[in-house]
Each structure stands twice: as C-alpha cells, then as structure tokens.
Design a protein around this ligand. Structure first.
Ligand code: IPE
Ligand code: IPE
Ligand code: MG
Length: 247
C-alpha cells in the first residue's frame, strides 16, 4: 500500500484512459469487451478519488479524432457512455459527486446528450467531487472556441483588448471555473498528450504508466499520487526559492 500524504493531494487529476483495445487483443477478445472492462476501471477510480478527497477528476473518454473509428466501435462507446450515466446517476447523488462535461457535446447522439445533460442537472447541487468527462473533446478545438468567444465579446464591447491575459483566456475554455490539473496520468505506455487539455497542462506533473486502462485500479492510482507527491513543482523558480532558502 502506497503512503499518501492527505495534506498534499493533487486538487485536480486528469487521466488519458488508453489501452482498452490492446487489453482486449491480449485476451483474444474484441475491442468492445476492452471498453466494457474500461468502464469497470472508471468506476473503481472514481470511487477511489472520492474517498481520497480529490476535488476534480477529468477523464478523457472520447476525443474528436475518435469519431473516425469504425462505426460499430463508436456506437458501442456511445452506448456504454449512456449506460454508465444511467447506472451511475444514483451513485453520484449518494456520493455527492457533481458531473461536468467538456467537449463538442453537440456532436453526441441526441439520446446520449440528453442523458448527459439530465445527469449534469440532477447532480448540480453535489459538492463533494467534480467528475468531469471529456467527450468529443479536442484541445485545439477548445482553444479555437475560446478565441472565437473572445473575438465575439470584443466586438460586443463586453471585453477590452488590454484585459486579455492568460487567466482571462482560461475563462473562455470549456474548463472555466476548474483549476488546472496538478497531475496528468496516461496509461498504456504511450508518451503523448493526444490533443488533451493543451492549454491547461502548462505546469501539470505527468505520470505515464505501461498499465493498460482496464487494469488500472485503486492501487495504481495511489502509486501515481505517491509519485506526484515525491516531486518538487518549481513553476520556473529555483529549488531554493520554492523552499524559502533564497538569500
Ligand atoms: C482508450 O482505449 C479508449 C478510447 C480511446 C475511447 P483505446 O480504444 O484507444 O485502446 P488502444 O489504444 O487501441 O489499445
Ligand atoms: C486518447 O486515446 C483519447 C482517449 C483516451 C479518449 P487514443 O487512443 O485516441 O490516442 P492515440 O490515437 O493513441 O494518440
Ligand atoms: Mg488508444
């Protein structure tokens, strides 16, 4: 069991849940079975984060690029998402979890979108943890969406050019109101960000593991958090400055 310092928990954990397909292939199963097992891992990790006291958990569930996968796989993923939302709503309410979603939600099939919006609404008053799902999400699209919002507000005169700074820009992103991730986990041994939270991860600590997403569990999460807690976040400063030792 990993030793976790409850005083130094990451406020926001973001996860690129990758490797469902390879997990299934290794077991001679179809890719969809990998996604189904992936949902079980989601449940375990959401529960673990809530119990630990993590404030925000963002899960990369479906990218804009993922729409180009075979139709059967996309349909299955959408079905699993809807099923997850319907099944977990009670659990979220019971555990005080508020659901958020970021991405081009208008791309989702109508029934999935309606279920998503209903769940977001039902959990609106929960304030224990935010579970933020990235759905039809792409970091570049999010940044362009923010730019368009800024241009529109400039035109309307609501915003002045000199007011634009990195913090204001964040407020035009889909993640507005959420702190930047402290820890980004990617499973399945890939060393890339795949268009995830490009603006927000400027100073995020990265944790990459070979573990495939369906095998990721509470223990793996604790390992990632322990690793995070062993690091020194310098934000461009010197170690001495961070530790208050500068002369
Ligand atoms: C992650 O697993 C789930 C989604 C991207 C929706 P993958 O389906 O990408 O699994 P691999 O990378 O093919 O193993
Ligand atoms: C990233 O995984 C997207 C999600 C986990 C939803 P991908 O499997 O789509 O990423 P690439 O294609 O390997 O970069
Ligand atoms: Mg993948």
């Amino acid at each position: 069991m990993e030793e976790i310092d409850k005083e130094k928990l990451p406020r926001h954990i973001a996860i690129i849940m990758d490797g469902n397909g390879r997990w299934a292939k290794k077991k001679n199963l179809n890719r969809i079975s990998g996604h189904m097992k992936g949902v079980d891992a989601v449940r375990e990790v959401v529960t673990a984060c809530r119990e630990l006291g993590i404030k925000v958990l963002t899960l990369y569930a479906f990218s804009i690029e993922n729409w180009q996968r075979p139709k059967e796989e996309v349909d299955a993923l959408m079905g699993l998402l809807k099923e997850y939302l319907l099944r977990e709503c009670e659990e979220m309410l019971k555990n005080n979890i508020r659901l958020f979603a970021i991405g081009r939600l208008e791309d989702l099939p109508t029934d999935v979108r309606e279920t998503l919006e209903a769940t977001i609404q039902k959990t609106e008053k929960c304030d224990g943890m935010i579970l933020n799902l990235a759905l039809s999400y792409g970091g570049r699209s999010e940044i362009l969406h923010a730019v368009c919002g800024i241009i529109s507000d400039l035109k309307k005169g609501i915003l002045k050019e000199e007011e634009i700074d990195p913090l204001l820009f964040s407020n035009y992103l889909w993640t507005r109101g959420l702190p930047d991730p402290d820890l980004l986990i990617r499973t399945s041994g890939e060393y890339r960000v795949s268009n995830f939270l490009l603006y927000q991860i400027a100073y995020t600590e990265l944790y990459l593991t070979e573990t495939l997403w369906p095998d990721f569990n509470r223990e793996e999460l604790l390992k990632a958090i322990a690793d995070y807690q062993s690091r020194e976040r310098r934000f461009g400063l010197t170690s001495e400055q961070i530790n208050g030792l500068e002369v």
